[in-house]
Design a protein. Structure first.
Length: 226
C-alpha cells in the first residue's frame, strides 16, 4: 500500500494486512471501470495510468467532470452512502488500479485518524471544485468558461517564464464536453485566442502565452457577475 498516497502513514504491518484484502487489476485504454447507476460500492486507487470521469445523458451527450491520475482515488462516495454510482469512469490509457471493498475502506478510515482526515479533506475539495465550476457555468459566458477550463488544465511551461502549456493538446470535443458547448464554438474561441496572442499551438501542446491575463479576465468577469 506504500504506492498509494491516501494510505501514507500506515505502519508496515497494517499496510500489509490491508493490501491482502485488495485486488490489483489492469485496464486497457478506453475500458469501462464503473458505469453510471452501477450498484457496486468498491473504492478505486490509481496506481498507474489516467482515467476520465463523466456523465452521459440518455441522448448520448457527455459532460466531462474531471480526469484522474496516479495517486488519486474514486468511488469513495458509493462506499460511504451505499448509493448507486453517480458517474461513468473509463480508462484514458492503460491503467492499474487497486480495488478495495467498501467494508475494508470504512474500517481503515474509522480506525486511522490520519486517513479519516485525508478523506474529509478530499471530499471537501471536491465539493468546493464542483461549486466553483457550477458558479462558472451559471454566470460566465462561453469565452470565459473556456479560459477558466484551460487554466485548470495547464501546467507551467518549463523554460518559458510566465507561460503555461496543456500537453498533450486538448481535443476540441473534450473541451466542449467540459464547459457545455459545441465543438465548433471551442474551435472559434481558440482561434480567437491565437489571433489575439493569448495562445499558441505547438507540437505536442497548446501554449497559454499570457495565463496571468486570462486569470485576470476570468476574475473580472466573475466580479461583474456577482
Amino acid at each position: 500500500m506504500q504506492r498509494i498516497p491516501f494510505f501514507e502513514g500506515l505502519d508496515a504491518e497494517e499496510a500489509e494486512r490491508v493490501a491482502r484484502k485488495c485486488v490489483f487489476r489492469r485496464y486497457d485504454e478506453r475500458e469501462l471501470v464503473v458505469d453510471y447507476d452501477d450498484p457496486s460500492n468498491d473504492v478505486y486507487f490509481i496506481v498507474s495510468g489516467e482515467l476520465r470521469v463523466l456523465i452521459r445523458t440518455p441522448a448520448g451527450k457527455e459532460v466531462i467532470l474531471t480526469d484522474l491520475r496516479p495517486g488519486q482515488i474514486f468511488g469513495e462516495m458509493a462506499a460511504v452512502d451505499g448509493a448507486v454510482r453517480s458517474a461513468n469512469v473509463s480508462a484514458l490509457t492503460r491503467a492499474e488500479l487497486c480495488i478495495m471493498s467498501a467494508a475494508v475502506f470504512k474500517n481503515v478510515v474509522f480506525s486511522q485518524p490520519a486517513v479519516c482526515e485525508r478523506l474529509l479533506r478530499l471530499l471537501t475539495k471536491r465539493v468546493r471544485d464542483l461549486n466553483a465550476r457550477l458558479f462558472e457555468r451559471s454566470v460566465l459566458d462561453l469565452k470565459h468558461r473556456l479560459y477558466a477550463e484551460l487554466l485548470r488544465l495547464a501546467a507551467p511551461r518549463k523554460g518559458f517564464d510566465g507561460q503555461s502549456i496543456i500537453s498533450p493538446p486538448p481535443l476540441q470535443h473534450d473541451l466542449a464536453a467540459r464547459i457545455g458547448c459545441r465543438r465548433e464554438q471551442v474551435n472559434r474561441e481558440v482561434q480567437a485566442m491565437v489571433q489575439e496572442g493569448l495562445a499558441e499551438k505547438v507540437r505536442g501542446g497548446l501554449v497559454l502565452l499570457r495565463p496571468a491575463l486570462l486569470e485576470q479576465r476570468v476574475s473580472e468577469s466573475l466580479e461583474q457577475a456577482g
